[in-house]
Design a protein around this ligand. Structure first.
Ligand SMILES: Cc1cc2nc3c(=O)[nH]c(=O)nc-3n(C[C@H](O)[C@H](O)[C@H](O)COP(=O)(O)OP(=O)(O)OC[C@H]3O[C@@H](n4cnc5c(N)ncnc54)[C@H](O)[C@@H]3O)c2cc1C
Length: 441
């Protein structure tokens, strides 16, 4: 029998993690990436301003301490966590104006989970005693129920049913839902949100830490993964869009513009919106296509605003209420990009109707209302990812990693059913597909 060789289509977190797992087991792996860069939706782009090149991420990413497979993957490829990330114990600071924060929640790091959060909720600023008590009671009930619901439904309605006040939802649950699921709370899946809460607030208290990348994403994610794959004998091809996959007896022919290559296994690791054409030769996978065709998508806009190099925000990460801007990150304090602020806007809204210049101006004005010391910005860059994540709505039918065509597998954040669209979901899906390849031999 011929030695197995595996085509991985897509060089995002899912495809690269599958490739790392497989080269480490000695498999012959080829990654096909359509674009000139790796990383997919977690990539770095080069932006020129006044002949100076700036490395900007396509979006400010946040990881959680609970992202155990991502952190393990980075360890495998030699990335030390403290070099790559700033680890911040759960700390949510929301402002609507220049005055003191409207809401401040700090987890108590000396206590084990979930008491670190419960204690934090007890002492948080911005909520009445009754609201704090109902948040604590709710978390305690969730823990007792194992963070499970009998039936999935809309998160907003579920929280109201659980006596969470409008303010509590607005200041705590809604920002958490947008950050974790990138889906409006009114239509977000309760089950998936509770899965994230479970992984974040059970086990080690470090699971609820925020991990903020200390440099551009490619430096700690796509590049070291690709180097590891190549060092172990794998092949990573850029600018190689796969146009067609065809079954040929028990093998596959993977076709790009220039080549047709034979493989024993294929892992399709593209985003859900890209699989229809790739799977069009496989009638028995029509159900996968009808599932992905039913997906909705949510945008994320990142507005980079450059101030003079000596300008800093009071905190590395600030949340906003009653504003278009949702979160602001001081990239100077975070990754040495002095004076650069990244503002994140998740989900759909009126901002999508604005031109990039109008949006940047509006966001800069909002920043100025909150932080009076900010001068006129020097330049801005808006990166709009229209299909940043799939909409994580209740009871979404999601394809499985295993298809009913032998040796053809699906990876990608959308295939890891317990999670929303995240790096961790993508990495877990890649690892799961690598295991399926091993099992098939
Ligand atoms: C702005 C933004 C902010 C985000 N913030 C966070 C965050 O804070 N935390 C978090 O965990 N997650 C976040 N996410 C989500 C996270 O980035 C994604 O869930 C994850 O990167 C998805 O990885 P993937 O490998 O499944 O898919 P993708 O990253 O989409 O990778 C698919 C790859 O396949 C390639 N491809 C497509 N078609 C072909 C073809 N025919 N041939 C060859 N290659 C092909 C694409 O070019 C792409 O590189 C964010 C996403 C965005 C866009």
């Amino acid at each position: 029998m011929r030695k197995p060789n595996i085509a991985i289509i897509g060089g995002g977190c899912a495809g690269l993690s599958a490739a790392v797992a497989l080269v480490d087991k000695g498999y012959d792996v080829t990654v096909f990436e359509a674009s000139p860069h790796l990383g997919g939706r977690a990539r770095t782009v080069l932006v020129e301003h006044n002949s100076l090149m700036n490395l900007l991420d396509n979006g400010q990413h946040i990881l959680l301490g609970a992202y155990r497979e991502t952190l393990a993957l980075l360890r495998t490829v030699g990335i030390a966590e403290n070099e790559a990330f700033l680890r911040l114990p759960l700390h949510i600071r929301m402002r609507s104006s220049a005055d003191k924060p409207e809401f401040l929640l700090k987890s108590e790091h000396l206590l084990p989970a979930p008491f670190n959060l419960l204690f934090g909720l007890f002492g948080c600023e911005g909520l009445t005693l009754t609201e704090r008590a109902s948040a604590i009671k709710f978390m305690a009930q969730l823990k007792l129920a194992g963070y499970q619901v009998a039936e999935d439904g809309f998160l907003g309605a579920y929280l109201t049913d659980k006596k969470q006040s409008r303010k509590l939802i607005e200041l705590l649950w809604e920002p958490l839902c947008l950050a974790a699921l990138n889906t409006p709370i009114a239509v977000a899946s309760t089950r998936i949100f509770l899965n994230v809460l479970r992984d974040t607030f059970t086990g080690s208290k470090k699971n609820s830490d925020f991990l903020l990348p200390k440099a551009d994403l490619s430096k700690f994610l796509a590049n070291p993964l690709a180097q590891h794959i190549q060092a172990k004998g794998g092949t990573v091809l850029l600018n190689q869009q796969v146009r067609k996959i065809a079954a040929n007896h028990s093998e596959f022919i993977v076709s790009t513009k220039e080549n047709n290559t034979q493989f024993s296994h294929v892992i399709v690791a593209t985003s859900p919106s890209n699989i229809a054409k790739l799977l069009s030769n496989f009638n028995q996978l029509n159900h996968v296509l009808s599932q992905t065709e039913a997906f909705g998508y949510q945008p994320i806009y990142t507005i980079y605003i450059q101030y003079p190099a000596d300008i800093e925000l009071p905190n590395i990460m600030t949340g906003f209420t009653n504003k278009l801007s949702q979160w602001a990150f001081d990239r100077g304090q975070l990754c040495g990009q002095k004076g650069l602020v990244a503002v994140v806007l998740s989900g759909t809204g009126a901002h999508q109707q604005l031109s990039h210049d109008e949006l940047a101006l509006k966001v800069a004005n909002e920043l100025h209302q909150t932080f009076h010391h900010l001068p006129k910005p020097l330049w801005h860059k808006v990166i709009a990812e229209k299909r940043a994540t799939f909409s994580c709505v209740p009871n979404l039918a999601r394809p499985t990693h295993k298809t009913n065509h032998p040796n053809l597998f699906l990876a990608g954040d959308y295939t890891y059913a317990p999670y929303p669209s995240t790096i961790e979901g993508a990495v877990r899906s890649g690892n799961a597909c690598a295991k399926l390849v091993e099992k098939s031999n």
